[in-house]
Design a protein around this ligand. Sequence first.
Ligand SMILES: [Ca+2]
Length: 446
Amino acid sequence: MCLIPELKINLPCFFKITLGILVGFVPNANYERVFFMGKSTPKKLLAFVLSAVMAMSCLATGAVSTVAAREADELNPAGMTITAGSQYPSTPISNAFDDNTGSMWETDYTPGSEDAKGYDNHYVDIDLGGEYKVTGIRYTPRSAPAINGTIVKYTIYAGLTKENLTQVASGSWERNNNVKTVSFGPYKVRYIRIKSDETMNDGYNITTSAAEIGVIGSEIGEGEDVPQPPVRETDENGNYIVTFTDENRKGDFQIKQGEGTVDYTYGEGADGYAVFKGKNNTLAIDNMSDAIPDGFIEAELTDLGGVGRWGLIFRYTDNTNYAGICYDGSWSWKVGGAADWGPINASYSIKQNVTYNIRVEYTGANIRILIKEKTADDYTVVYSGKIPQLDLPAGKSGVRTWGTGNPGEPTGNVKIRQSLQLLLLKQRQSFRKLRKIQIIFGISLT
Ligand SMILES: [Ca+2]
């Protein structure tokens, strides 16, 4: 551990690789959080260094190495430094940044070790050494036919400071050895964390591996305005909160289904809000929210009128796996799937254009809905009971709005169709509008 930080000087790759291997012989060394220089090799030395790396790799592993030129769209700043949460002594993180697909980084897979049991430390931290326009990550798995450690689920975090990284992407990669990419932004970024959440493995010890990792991006041009990643805020209790105070504090609502939209107005307090417009079962999921099994959602909410239904979604995994409570004149619950909904025995009526505080608590199958007009002192318990269908695995939170884009063309929900026609007589409006102010997605019950 203590040897490697001294390498944060302009040593060529050859020495980094060599010392990385030497460290492997130190008994009981702590291999976590090993620092070294990134892809900072002076170009004039490149040919020599790559040759040396090939030679060292062959000596160390006996494997045939392949030198691959870095893609032209990948950043290669001289000040870049890399940190790995875990690495096996003979496969240090430097191997994932040496332009050599024949060498790889692998987390500590020693049987019985913490990192062989879980993914907590399976990450790479990249400090670009300055602010750049970053648009994605390229990941080259180890060479076929080996599959151990190939990342199939990932989360990418990025930010301008090390202490305030926000999730900018997450998802799945195909279970094969092909080169993989993920795109986001573009964002102005200095720090990036690539987190491995699941890998292909032999079913015995888990590991994460990478032949090469590249940061896709470019320098920020003169006068070019590149936004920073959205800021993830929490309240004094550590609960995730969306305040809509400015464009960086609006959560990360993504339309997962339907053709509705989310429009933002920024400002302090009640002056900051988002308007959710539903069209054909629109799901707007906040990708920045925590994926949690139990918790609560609090919102200041105003029904702006229109056609259809609005709801608060929780435990969202995908479009067929989510839970939600909805209101369209009466209360109902909803889970993913076309016909999976039912009534809630609750009679509280929501008036349009009146602002309410709503709190939905969910613990297993237990659901509690509390509401008060914003100006009132006390909440009313609208419902408290068990709805077994809503007891789904952990997931993210969001907003569901329903409306027809074309009046007279309901989408097939019988309950809605019946009330829809009454509403259409009042207002021929394409969208259901729902105004939300200061949404709080909580992670604990109080
Ligand atoms: Ca490599």
